[in-house]
Design a protein around this ligand. Structure first.
Ligand code: PHE
Length: 335
């Protein structure tokens, strides 16, 4: 038996392994559950005790050597596989497709940038709000037909909770928490119950602006939007104001810009008129200021609101509103 043990010791000492499988074979033979050394330990129990004195230490040596060798073999193989690499680091890399900023977000950022340089700060508010903030405080009397101008999605009835139909709810919230001077813009998503088509969608984005202070006049409104239009659409841009109606502003005006495609001579984009509409605006109705606890004899203000989709469509001559929400990569990667 001693001979057998010595033979195995030399087999362990001289073992080499070039592959994982060879390491595994070594492990199975010498270290695994049914290894040869265990068999020898079983036999050891029945050998005469005078032989045990020599055989015992030899068996233990074999066992320890086998465990050590196994570690050695697998370490050698691992370090070999990581140092001999088939990666050619001089090859040009391959890159995943890079995303791009959505055109609506690009226009929104640009609008914010222009107004921030005129001293406006950005305010935010909830998309789900109550009737007071979206309608009543904005001078929409109950059951007034003006509410029909904005087809509303209701979340709850009595008391009414709704998806905001414009970002004007943020104006009310702002005037409730902060007193003049106010000079803010409110970008955000709004919802209207409209059939989806190339020209209308059930949700879209707006940026509204609100300025309240002492001696704020229509002149300030016109100047602010004139400056914005030149920055957004080019230095040559002219603006014109058309009388309009909104419950929360008096007087109210629609803002048109001279068509930046044809320069005013008439084209498809401006429907041959030379002008395109970009925003609604007006002087804040004194009732709205009073509804928010602002003294309308001391303060006045103006407000305006524009659709981000509309501005983007004009700027890039996009003719279908649905493209913005379809996530078609062929459309998005053009921006
Ligand atoms: N809230 C109006 C709308 O959504 C836009 C607007 C804002 C008009 C401020 C005038 C002043 O249609």
């Amino acid at each position: 038996m001693l001979e057998k043990v010595k033979e195995l010791i030399s087999e362990v000492e001289s073992a080499v392994a070039k592959t994982d499988q060879e390491v595994e074979n070594f492990r199975l033979k010498f270290v695994g559950r049914n290894n040869v050394i265990n068999d020898l330990f079983d036999e050891f129990k029945s050998v005469p005790s005078e032989q045990k004195r020599e055989l015992g230490p030899a068996l233990n040596k074999l066992k320890n050597q086998a465990q050590e060798k196994l570690k050695e073999l697998s370490n050698a193989l691992n370090s070999q596989s990581s140092s001999v690499s088939d990666v050619d680091v001089t090859l040009p890399g391959t890159f995943g497709k890079e995303g791009s900023v959505h055109p609506i977000s690009q226009t929104k950022s640009r609008i914010i940038e222009i107004f921030e340089r005129q001293g406006f700060n950005v305010e935010d508010g909830p998309e789900i709000d109550n009737d007071w903030n979206n309608f009543t405080a904005l001078n929409f009397p109950e059951n007034h037909p003006a509410r029909e101008m904005q087809d509303t999605y209701f979340v709850e009835k009595n008391p009414d909770i709704l998806l905001r139909t414009h970002t004007s709810n943020v104006q009310i919230r702002l005037m409730n928490k902060k007193k003049p001077p106010i000079r803010s813009i409110m970008p955000g998503r709004v919802y209207r119950n409209e059939a989806i088509s190339a020209r209308a969608h059930c949700f879209f984005h707006q940026v509204e602006g609100l300025v309240v202070g002492e001696n704020i006049s229509f002149k300030d409104l016109k100047n602010t939007l004139y400056h914005f239009s030149k920055e957004m659409f080019g230095k040559e841009t002219k603006i014109r104001l058309r009388p309009s109606y909104f419950p929360f502003t008096e007087p109210s005006a629609e803002i048109d810009i001279s068509c930046f495609i044809c320069g005013g001579s008439g084209c498809k984009i401006c429907k041959q008129t030379g002008w395109v509409e970009i925003a609604g605006s007006g002087m804040v109705d004194p009732n709205v200021l009073e509804n928010c606890g602002i003294d309308s004899t001391k303060y006045s203000g103006f407000a305006f609101g524009m659709g981000i989709e509309r501005i983007t469509m004009l700027k890039y001559q996009i003719d279908d509103l649905r493209l913005f929400s379809e996530n078609d990569i062929r459309f998005l990667k053009q921006f």
